[in-house]
Design a protein around this ligand. Structure first.
Ligand code: 5GP
Length: 207
């Protein structure tokens, strides 16, 4: 069912509960490491769900001063733009590219891609992140933390501050969340997956 229809029929249920239900109903467990959610986040995108995701990140980071959202193409763009819309700040998406001729107007970081098993360079034009900016990093999935750490390094290269990291689906059995928190970042994950065993999704939190 399309999210809007379900949305209209929930009575008093938490909207995050519905995000979990969506993961259960539509998530495809490709292996015990990889979850595919191409019906609402990774290919087809559900704008009503993404709008609520943006609202929820805005609520969670309400106490933080923020003037930029930074994400990474392509699946981070939908949750990123909806969060930026709520916050009324610009959103920047880092571009992925394989190899690069040296340029001095971009920040570049190497990021190992969990899903593609290759190292990409991610880039952001220097003019879009300035010293003193307070940047909220948003991404669709968190696995080993490579993408989030790469984005954080770009923010720090710019002399700006990472105000927080918002993740739609954290795979809590992989170390990214712990490593980011140990590095001092505030991480907010909307859904935490404990395991993807036997083709089934199990959540970490019982709420
Ligand atoms: P990390 O960099 O934390 O190791 O992995 C996160 C990045 O890899 C995200 O940007 C996401 O696009 C991709 N990714 C990692 N695990 C999954 C997964 O299980 N499913 C999907 N669809 N993407 C994933």
């Amino acid at each position: 069912m399309y999210f809007t229809e379900e949305w209209n029929v929930i009575k008093g249920g938490s909207k995050l509960q519905l995000l979990k239900q969506k993961v259960l109903d539509e998530g495809i467990v490709l292996s015990n490491q990889v979850l595919k959610v191409d019906s609402f986040l990774n290919h087809q995108m559900d704008p009503v769900l993404m709008k609520e995701v943006g609202r929820e990140f805005t609520r969670r980071f309400a106490g933080e001063e923020l003037n930029r959202v930074l994400t990474i193409e392509s699946s981070g763009i939908a949750p990123g733009i909806m969060t930026a819309l709520e916050l009324e700040v610009p959103m920047i998406f880092a571009r992925k590219q394989k190899s690069l001729t040296l340029r001095d107007d971009i920040f570049v970081e190497k990021v190992y891609s969990f899903t593609k098993q290759e190292t990409n360079e991610i880039t952001v034009a220097k003019k879009f992140i300035q010293p003193g900016d307070r940047v909220l990093i948003i991404d669709d999935f968190l696995a080993n933390g490579e993408a989030a750490f790469g984005l954080a390094r770009i923010v720090e290269q710019a002399g700006a501050t990472v105000a927080g990291i918002g993740i739609v689906i954290e795979k809590a059995f992989q170390p990214g969340g712990r490593l980011l928190k140990e590095a001092g970042y505030r991480v907010e994950s909307l859904v935490r997956v404990a395991a993807l065993d036997d083709g089934k999704v199990t959540f970490a939190d019982q709420d």
